[in-house]
Design a protein around this ligand. Structure first.
Ligand code: F6P
Length: 360
């Protein structure tokens, strides 16, 4: 057997740990060959296809700790709607499938988020590719899995940032605002907000009121604390109703990031000095957390075992302390948003944080 593996979409910590787990299980467990495809589906458009033989990586234990992806994940475009230099779009899916066939692979493991998996699945169905998916994204917004690779590292980075912001906030008597990623979802802001003791946690799944939020900060001061910590997910909406997405949609951000917009509004309403930190891609790089290594390793082993059992068109998932697998079609249906009735939201509110209200 000869299997391929690729990473697709935005990178995150733990991708190399997945690759290592796949190689170790495939090589040591089954005696297969593993081929890494470079730059996602883009590598399959090259002639010859751009690949890295991975069997020798079985001894590369540094991979467990290494951020980024050794395979690269440049997103040049959807092969079904591929951007051409003249500004037009063309369907290059047949070329990608031909590249895959040229490699003589029996199966493919795709590590990606919902967008990448949707494209890979379409390719698999068109080209008869035996595909297994592994969920990764710092946003943790994939359906049917409690964890995706990269999420807990991003949370740890955000908590570390709050740990560093708290003493300086206290020294200068300021409101410190930390803007975190998450695309459409507020999982990073919510988890990090609780673990890092934020006084205000703003996520796109909840509605907020600027006056109430300002009053909440003023009440903190009345209670005798001279500083406050605010964590805000990049995709919250402004009071004009526009989404301000400073990460994914950076070029379109109207206020240079929602954190800056919020700082201005909170400062005006409280008379309190505010400062902003936009965490950005720091949340994606660096050494994966132990939890991400664990999830990555478990997912990698299970994905190879699925191939050995001839089970395809499935995605490995984490549910109630177990690794399971679910139909790929179920995972790519759209972002998994924070459930506003869930324990985490009530915990944050129970701790006295301002989170706004669930949308009417
Ligand atoms: O989906 C992962 C993510 O990091 C989002 O949280 C963020 O909105 C986006 O990707 C950033 O994308 P890019 O790397 O293209 O700036």
């Amino acid at each position: 057997m000869r299997i391929g593996i690729l990473t697709s979409g935005g990178d995150c910590a733990g991708l190399n740990a997945v690759i290592l787990a796949v190689v170790r299980r495939a090589v040591l467990g089954y005696g297969w060959d593993v081929v890494g495809i470079r730059q996602g589906t883009h590598g399959l458009l090259q002639r010859p296809p751009a690949v890295v033989p991975l069997n020798d990586y079985v001894n590369n234990d540094g991979m467990l700790r290494l951020g980024g992806t050794i395979l690269g994940t440049i997103n040049k475009g959807n092969p079904f709607h591929y951007p051409m230099p003249d500004g037009s779009f063309t369907d290059r899916s047949d070329e990608v499938i031909a590249g895959y066939e040229a490699l003589g692979l029996d199966a493919l493991i795709g590590i990606g988020g919902d967008g990448s998996m949707a494209i890979l699945r379409e390719l698999a169905q068109k080209g008869g590719i035996n595909l297994v998916g592994i969920p990764k994204t710092i946003d943790n917004d994939l359906a049917h899995t409690e964890y995706s690779v990269g999420f807990t590292t991003a949370v740890n980075v955000a908590v570390d940032a709050l740990d560093r912001l708290q003493p300086t906030a206290a020294s200068h008597e300021r409101i410190m605002i930390l803007e975190v990623m998450g695309r459409d979802a507020g999982h990073i802001a919510l988890f990090a907000g609780i673990a890092g003791g934020a006084d205000v946690i703003l996520i796109p799944e909840m509605d907020y009121d600027l006056e109430d939020m300002a009053q909440h900060c003023l009440n903190i001061r009345k209670r005798g604390r001279n500083h406050a910590l605010v964590i805000v997910a990049e995709a919250i909406k402004t009071d004009t109703g526009d989404a301000v997405i400073s990460g994914h949609d950076g070029q379109k951000a109207r206020y240079g990031g929602v954190g800056h917009w919020l700082a201005e509004k909170l400062g005006e309403r409280t008379g309190w000095e505010t400062r902003v930190t936009v965490l950005g891609h720091l949340q994606r790089g660096g050494t994966p957390s132990p939890r991400d290594r664990l999830v990555a390793s478990t997912f990698g082993v299970h994905a190879v075992d699925l191939i050995a059992q001839g089970k395809f068109d499935r995605v490995v998932a984490w549910q109630q302390r177990r690794v399971v697998d679910v139909p790929m079609a179920d995972v790519i249906t759209g972002p998994r948003l924070v459930d506003t009735g869930e324990t985490m939201v009530s915990t944050a509110i129970g701790l006295g944080a301002y989170m706004g209200t669930p949308p009417k």
